[in-house]
Design a binder for this molecule. Structure first.
Ligand SMILES: Nc1ncnc2c1ncn2[C@@H]1O[C@H](COP(=O)(O)OP(=O)(O)O)[C@@H](O)[C@H]1O
Ligand SMILES: [Mg+2]
Length: 389
């Protein structure tokens, strides 16, 4: 089955599209990557998303416009992927959409809202679309996140020691494979969320992120600010847990800076970069991680990667590319896998990761141009993932 996966994370910088041929061979899932592409959001859409994200108030009119605008942007990315990665032929599109709100109360997820109306994607490509992948897990008592855990666990299985996969998007999440135990997966805290918010704020919107870590490299970590930021109870809460930009946003950072004024911007950025490194490292140490497979936009920040290596001196850090999944495409491919599993009637979650009562088949399906025909349900879920060429 040829599947296109579409993803935009909490950084809402761009839609990542990846295509793959997927097949089940006994208990092995075969994945042949067909390439990936990145379609930046149009500037005005990005501004509209920013204006509607918490803690800002919004209107149902704005939500409706965003559902359409994001749906159309995803449809455009899907069309490009179909043409440029799949030579015009594919069976399924899987769309994560754009998270606008991940509603967490006292550690429980009560709802999660991803916008990007799938009808636009189905109409543009003629293909069936699996979307809204998180809600079913929430309805089953889970966090609805992290959803890449199942693909991570399949990918890491067979590696020695206690391997973990780390994705550094707006939020950082890890999947840890402790030998003889169910896989663990949770959000460790911010990866780039606070850093991006600070860069945007202190440059008056001239820059959206700390390109190549240049600004943080010129600063000194403020131990006082770091201590205040690390005092957030989220870091001490046991997994399963998930978080988002509803929590780690600019007003959150400004409250910390009110307590501990740090006059030099570069120092604030150095401290925020160190905060990500320390909280990821703490989470890894707590579970005895012996090697880390890293992906996401944060891998392109050499200062963050250096700090992470300093915090975890005995843990080799390797990009997911080494295991055959390009770092920039890993999440989009993971969603392609989830849609493939849904189409085959297979669950897409690890309840040990999300905390759900049971593993559910994820998503809603929008038919394409032809009558919806799903494959024969698969007899059992895959236990291994093999990347082929
Ligand atoms: N060259 C770079 N230097 C520093 N940071 C980068 C670079 N490229 C990407 N990033 C960071 O990665 C983020 C995007 O990562 P991504 O994996 O797309 O996150 P998300 O899944 O949340 O959208 C950007 O917002 C930025 O913070
Ligand atoms: Mg992104």
């Amino acid at each position: 089955m040829r599947v296109i996966g579409l993803m935009s994370g909490t950084s809402y910088d761009a839609i990542e599209a990846a295509a793959a041929d997927l097949a089940l061979d006994g208990d092995t899932l075969l994945l042949r990557p067909l390439g990936h592409l990145c379609v930046p959001y149009p500037d005005d859409l990005r501004d509209h998303i920013a204006a509607a994200l918490p803690p800002a108030p919004t209107t149902t009119r704005a939500v409706c416009a965003l559902d359409t605008g994001i749906g159309q942007a995803f449809a455009d990315a899907a069309g490009r992927a179909l043409r440029d990665l799949c030579a015009g032929t594919a069976d399924l599109v899987v769309s994560h959409g754009q998270t606008m709100h991940h509603w967490v109360e006292d550690g429980t997820v009560r709802g999660t809202l991803q916008l990007g109306q799938p009808a636009w994607i189905a109409e543009a490509t003629g293909l069936p679309v699996v979307s809204d992948l998180r809600s079913r897990d929430v309805a089953a008592g889970g966090q609805g996140a992290p959803l890449v855990a199942l693909t991570d666990a399949l990918l890491l299985s067979g590696l020695p020691g206690t391997p973990a996969a780390l994705n550094l998007g707006g939020i950082a999440n890890v999947t840890v494979l402790v030998p003889g135990a169910e896989p663990l997966a949770f959000d460790t805290g911010p990866a780039n969320a606070l850093l991006d918010a600070a860069v945007h704020h202190f440059t008056d919107g001239a820059a959206d992120y700390d390109e190549d870590g240049h600004r943080a490299a010129a600063g000194q970590v403020s131990p006082e600010l770091l201590r205040v930021l690390l005092d957030d109870p989220y870091y001490r809460r046991p997994a399963p847990k998930s978080t988002g930009k509803e929590h780690f946003h600019l007003p959150y950072l400004r409250r910390a800076l009110d307590t501990v004024p740090v006059p030099v911007t570069a120092d604030v950025l150095a401290t925020l970069t160190r905060l990500t490194a320390v909280t990821v490292a703490d989470a890894c140490r707590a579970h005895g991680v012996t090697r880390l497979v890293v992906s996401g936009g944060g891998t392109r920040n050499p200062v963050l990667m250096r700090m992470l290596a300093e915090e975890l001196p005995d843990v080799p850090l390797r990009p997911s590319d080494d295991l055959g999944l390009p770092s920039a495409a890993k999440e989009a491919l993971a969603f392609a896998v989830l849609g493939f599993l849904t189409a085959h009637g297979l669950p897409g979650v690890l309840p040990s990761g999300t905390g759900a009562r049971r593993a559910t088949v994820l998503g809603s399906i929008t038919p394409g141009r032809s009558p919806l025909r799903l494959p024969e349900p698969a007899a059992r879920p895959p236990r291994l993932l093999r990347i082929t060429r």
